[in-house]
Ligand binder design. Structure first.
Ligand SMILES: [Zn+2]
Ligand SMILES: [Zn+2]
Length: 340
């Protein structure tokens, strides 16, 4: 079987290796598609390091090939599945309190991290979620990024009828848009790229606002939120002015989630008294817990969210380096790798 290893920054190698044999408590999955996320891009360019050599890839779909003897499940060989490729120990305080996305052991030494740029994977049963066979496997590979958006919108307690500002109209901004629409919110999307704003509007945003000029941005967002400002805001772009602009258009009791990560450590652009007076809530969100993943799988399976428009390009595993570099180009949405 073939696997794509990142052996050092900017150097991927396709290696032919012995077929993986699942343990008695594991499920063997043939990987179909895997998306390229910012995590893979950061690893590739050396901005983030886990260990070398590493097989990246964590947005995977595929098919069950074999089920270990000790696995307690009703899944069947041949089932189409998506994989939740994070380690959850189920014993630490984060896991026990329902926040296993923050499991303190998830990056513990000796654990396999990621791994889906490989034709076959042996995984734990709790990493496997079945999807219906009529859901195309390239769309199913969005289960992981979608689950992170679901968590993000829960963190700001998005309610039916709320007005939401999504700052940034890239793949994650548009996935947030799709979930928020399904949840009955009025959604305003902002970006500095006119083409991206046009696409957000075509996908159903109630309004789009150019964020280039802060004064105009504030006027337009207020005009689209009864002059009161938005109830919730999700920052999906690492642009530092995005959070500052967002605070200027939040209604009282506004909730803001820092969804994006930053390469450096910018300070919150807000004074504490304004937070106090308006009962603002500021949170972050990182990854997804099991229930977020399960809800994402059901949402995709029930066709309550459609993601086909967000597949920009599909590359074969052999062209993995080209795929990762293409994923960085500003006007693309998700780039997928067709693994097997
Ligand atoms: Zn991801
Ligand atoms: Zn844990």
């Amino acid at each position: 079987m073939k696997s794509a290893y990142l052996v050092e920054p900017r150097r991927m190698e396709i290696r032919e290796e012995a077929m993986v044999v699942p343990k008695a408590n594991e499920i063997l999955v043939k990987i179909a598609y895997c998306g390229i996320c910012t995590l893979e891009q950061r690893l590739y360019f050396g901005d983030r390091k886990i260990y070398y050599p590493i097989i990246p890839g964590h947005e995977a779909s595929g098919e069950i090939i074999e089920i270990g003897k000790e696995v307690m499940t009703s899944h069947q060989v041949g089932d189409h599945v998506v994989l939740d490729l994070v380690n959850r120990c189920h014993t630490c305080p984060a896991c026990l309190s329902g926040n296993s996305n923050l499991c303190e052991n998830r990056f513990k030494k000796g654990q396999r991290v990621l791994g889906a740029f490989s034709e076959y994977m042996a995984v734990r049963p709790d990493q496997v979620y079945v999807v219906p066979k009529d859901l195309p496997l390239d769309e199913a590979a969005f289960a992981e990024p979608l689950s992170c958006c679901i968590r993000s919108l829960k963190k700001v307690n998005l309610q039916l009828g709320d007005t939401l500002l999504i700052s940034g109209a890239g793949t994650m901004g548009l996935l947030h848009l799709k979930v928020a629409m399904a949840m009955g919110a009025k959604v305003i999307v902002s970006d500095i790229n006119a083409k991206r704003l046009e696409n957000a509007l075509a996908l159903g945003a109630d309004a789009v606002v150019d964020a280039t000029d802060q004064k105009q941005f504030v006027e337009q967002v207020l005009a689209n939120s009864n002059g009161k400002g938005v109830d919730c805001c999700i920052i999906t772009t690492p642009s530092k002015s995005a959070a500052e602009s967002a605070f200027m258009v939040m209604a009282s009791n506004g909730r803001l989630n820092i969804y994006t990560s930053y390469n450096d450590k910018p300070i919150l652009p807000m004074d504490m008294n304004t937070i106090h007076r308006n009962e603002y809530m500021v949170t972050g969100s990182e990854g997804r817990s099991e229930i977020d993943f399960y809800q994402s799988v059901r949402t995709l399976s029930n066709r309550k969210v459609h993601v086909a428009e967000l597949v920009s390009k599909i590359y074969p595993l052999e062209e993995i380096s080209a795929a990762v570099e293409a994923a960085l180009v500003g006007d693309l949405y998700r780039v997928l790798v067709k693994v097997g």
